[in-house]
Design a binder for this molecule. Structure first.
Ligand SMILES: *Cc1c(COP(=O)(O)O)cnc(C)c1O
Length: 402
């Protein structure tokens, strides 16, 4: 087992952020599991025949998911593109090299519910369009029906994409089982984007043909995507590395990392991990409920992952600060605390307990207490204009690298 090395961030001038936002790729995704760190370090100095390594990884993916086979891609997003391309070209190398031009291809459309057209850092439908395919929305944002899905499927439909995520609209959507039933009746393969989901077998059981996970999220692997499905389609997915997948190349460290992360996941003491997370949540709840204007409560994950978070409701009058200003001050302070704040405009944020090093739970509580005490000492309510705040974030991005 590797020794834990000193924190390299200060020497590089990087802020020592504490992540209570979840497995955010913008923060480096997750704490990579020690088994993965060791395995990657052992492989890095050696040459390896990559098709053989992928063959080994495929067997590990098959065992973990119950699929016939699997392949590792550069990311889940790359997995979506390559799986969609596979459904258009099959294993025909001439067609694979022809993408993203789609002239000469019979099937070039991908149906998906409008409520699933989300952005995980980039639009999911762009991962489809990268291949040359055309996404076809089904239904409206908050309502999709089986007849609408059936009506959207034509002889041009190459695949159907189903997204499982906290990002999607959570009502009025078709279940994966219903979605897959309609698609299966019409001979259309279903690709399920389950990048952030813990359940390695359920989506295939519910009827998906291909399921895609991120290796670097809950699995705590290196940056990678895991694609599981029937051998024919997995082969066609892998062969895209001779075409549009070339620019999405996964290295040996990504493949080994995903393989070992899957094996480690099988052996992990999930009950102990959950108990540790629940301990952090209770600790934070007790500390934060003493702060005027904050109402913390423990809430389950919206997509039924075996994980809870602390929902921290902010009463901007009683706390003298809005949820988004509190989140911004926590992130700007020292040490920086990044909360799960994508819904902060609704006056709450979450604390996610999955990615903490021991002792950080205390720092998080203390920093929230400190910022709230500061807010109460202000003569006027701390309330920045939400549009201006969002514009400032965009402007800061546009100034990168300055
Ligand atoms: C994170 C995420 C992705 C992208 O995953 P990467 O492996 O980082 O490319 C795709 N879909 C969903 C639903 C996600 O949550």
């Amino acid at each position: 087992m590797q020794q834990s090395l000193p924190d390299p961030r200060p020497a590089e001038g990087l802020r020592p952020v504490i992540n209570v936002s979840g497995t955010m790729t913008s923060l480096g995704a997750s704490i990579v599991a020690p088994e993965v760190v060791d395995a990657v370090a052992a492989f890095l100095p050696h040459f390896v025949e990559m098709n053989d390594l992928q063959r080994k990884a495929g067997a590990v993916i098959a065992k973990a998911t119950g699929a016939e086979f699997g392949v590792v891609t550069a990311s889940a997003s790359a997995g979506i593109s390559q799986a969609v391309a596979a459904c258009m070209t099959g294993s025909d190398l001439a067609k694979i090299e022809h993408l993203p031009r789609t002239d000469g291809l019979a099937k070039t459309e991908v149906v998906m519910q409008a409520g699933h057209m989300v952005n995980y850092g980039a639009p999911v439908e762009q991962a489809v369009r990268l291949t040359g395919a055309t996404p076809v929305p089904v239904g409206g944002a908050t309502e999709a029906r089986e007849y609408q899905l059936a009506g959207a499927i034509t002889e041009r439909t190459a695949a159907a994409l189903y997204v499982v995520s906290h990002h999607v609209v959570h009502y009025g959507q078709l279940s994966l089982a219903a979605f897959a039933r309609v698609c299966r009746a019409k001979g259309v393969p279903v690709i399920c984007d389950a990048a952030s989901e813990y359940d390695l077998t359920g989506f295939l059981k519910a009827g998906a043909d291909i399921v895609i996970y991120s290796g670097h999220k809950f699995l705590s692997g290196t940056t990678s995507g895991i694609v599981a499905g029937p051998k024919e389609l997995i082969r066609a997915t892998h062969l895209q590395s001779h075409g549009i997948g070339r620019g999405m190349k996964v290295g040996k460290e990504g493949i080994v990392g995903a393989m070992v992360a899957l094996r480690a996941w099988e052996k992990r003491d999930h009950a102990a991990a959950r108990a540790k997370e629940e301990g952090y949540l209770k600790f934070w709840k007790e500390r934060l409920e003493k702060i005027p204007g904050l109402t913390p409560f423990i809430t389950p994950d919206p997509t039924n992952n075996p994980l809870s978070r602390l929902h921290v409701a902010v009463d901007p009058e009683a706390a003298n600060i809005t949820a988004w200003d509190l989140a911004d001050r926590l992130s700007a302070g020292s040490p920086p605390i990044i909360v799960r704040g994508h819904e902060a405009e609704l006056q709450y944020f979450f604390l996610d307990p999955c990615n903490l090093h021991p002792g950080q739970e205390e720092t998080v509580a203390a920093r929230i207490e400190e910022e709230c005490a500061w807010a109460r000492s202000q003569p006027r309510p701390v309330r920045s204009d939400l549009d201006a705040r969002n514009r400032a974030a965009e402007e800061a991005l546009m100034r990168w690298p300055d």
